[in-house]
Design a protein around this ligand. Sequence first.
Ligand code: N01
Length: 582
Amino acid sequence: MAQENAAGEATRPAENGTFDAVVIGAGFAGLYMLHRLRGLGFTAQVYEAGSGVGGTWYWNRYPGARCDVESLQYSFSFSEELDQEWNWSEKYSPQPEILAYANHIADRFDLRGQIVFDTRVTAATFNEDTDTWLIETDRGDRVTAKFCIMAVGCLSAPNRPAFQGKSDFRGPIYHTGEWPHEGVDFGGLRVGVIGTGSSAIQSIPMIAQQAVQLTVFQRTATWSVPAWNEALSAEYLKDAKAHYPALRAKARARPTGFYFPFNIQPALQASSEEREQQYEAAWRRGGLPFLGAYGDLLFDKSANDTIAEFARQKIRDIVKNPTTAELLCPHNVFGCKRLCVDTNYFETYNLPHVKLVDVSKTPIERFTKDGIVVDGTEYMVDAIVSATGFAAMTGSFDKIKITGRSGRTLAEKWSGGPRAYLGLASEGFPNLFMITGPGSPSVLASMIQAIEQHVDWLADCLGHMRDVAANSIEPLRENEDAWVAHVNDVSMVSLRSTCSSWYVGANIPGRPRVFMPYIGGFPVYVQKCNEVMNSAYDGFVLKGARSNNAPPRVRFTERWHVPLDIEVISPAAVAAKRVPVV
Ligand code: N01
């Protein structure tokens, strides 16, 4: 029967199909998962809340949005033909180009036919009698699948702080993570931007070009390094493509899953002059690789203090008004929160119509019909941009009522923080998988590499289950507990565990403080996944299998047998688990 949406428009009929797998989300993870499932002959359906593919890059259309991992590495590596045929135009791709790439993937691999758009999954419920999942959507679909695969993204659930008086404000309020597709013209307007994370530092210089007045409300000053973005010439691309497989291999062997020059020397072993030169050279390279200037910057606070002071001096050099410059200087650990990569962020504060308001000690009091009140002063604005981030890592799971064995929900199980074995699956939720879930490298590696490795591992796992006629797979509690403890232990070695970032859920009041991504390094993690697979899924229980001890036939995981690049990490650091990550 045809359904109606809220506007009373006729929509597609609800479905009651049965599939081998349902995938939730059509970002890069969902697209690649679908490609692998199809290749193995599984029936699959993808549900996507948006009207198109691309996930993060579909929703985050704010001005200036671009990736902070270089284009040549922020892309799929599974197809050499794809690598050769796609041409990136800039060192750091802008959002429209990454979205075009996602659309190219969907078309080139003929994926659209199995993606249902404009449909949000609302519930997934495990049936213990049939070992299947019932998946329900906001369009009335009720479909059944043996496997439910969460490709919901790590930074996809916008954080909208409950500012008082929000509904009083007369103008529009935009969130960077759900930007209007038609774009926004800020010409002639007074604009207020709340937040100074990655989304803000990218959009502020662009908004400043249009707005007649821009007021930035800063709660925590941000560390940011210039991108030095540039167009990629035809010669550069030709040369890079001639060596693409080697670049991919080097990238996989890095803790971050992407390649950049890295100096393993400890910062304090260098003289202050040497350090200055080294930081200057790294600043000239720019971007996230700035953190590769020395090997111990994220482990040793004294070493970190040296790079922090260098970066503060850069801010003071750029920003002409000394009071504004001091306000823009962070005093927390350098790179503790996700390092930002900008184009003209600090320079923007030299413009006469751009104002910085400190809300660190006196938070935003309320919105009024005409503006934002801080410490008794009303700042008049016509439009507000909320660059306030996301309920990271688990926010997208929270939006779906996921009910596993014995009627227990994932939200109940994760109320004290997420618990998942390898960030892939959670005890009590058989046949439910996560791509780049909490406890996997995910956001601390290049996302697309992390996605590919997970999908390949999952594809091999599902292929194996079919080979041995297993009904279900589920992690054992003790293995999951041990992994969660290991993720936590490793995080303690890094200075990253010390600040109130979204990595630990601390950007949103009331969330449990748990370091969510795996910080032990991408190759170390890959090795663990491979060991689990090669030992016939150690730590998982396979139910109903004809033979559950046989090592699986490796179809796709082979290419992830990567050694840790010891060139960038001293054996002593590995032994001490001091594996640096960006
Ligand atoms: O979000 P954020 P984001 N009152 O959480 C502030 C990826 N990404 O969307 O730090 C006032 O980093 C908050 O203040 P504080 C990337 O991984 C990548 O910018 O909590 N302010 C902070 O300044 C990134 O890390 C790219 O004190 C409030 C800001 O809002 C992640 O996404 C581009 C507030 C939120 O910063 C998230 O980035 C964009 C309040 N009540 C994003 N609540 C690239 O690839 C929050 N804030 C380049």
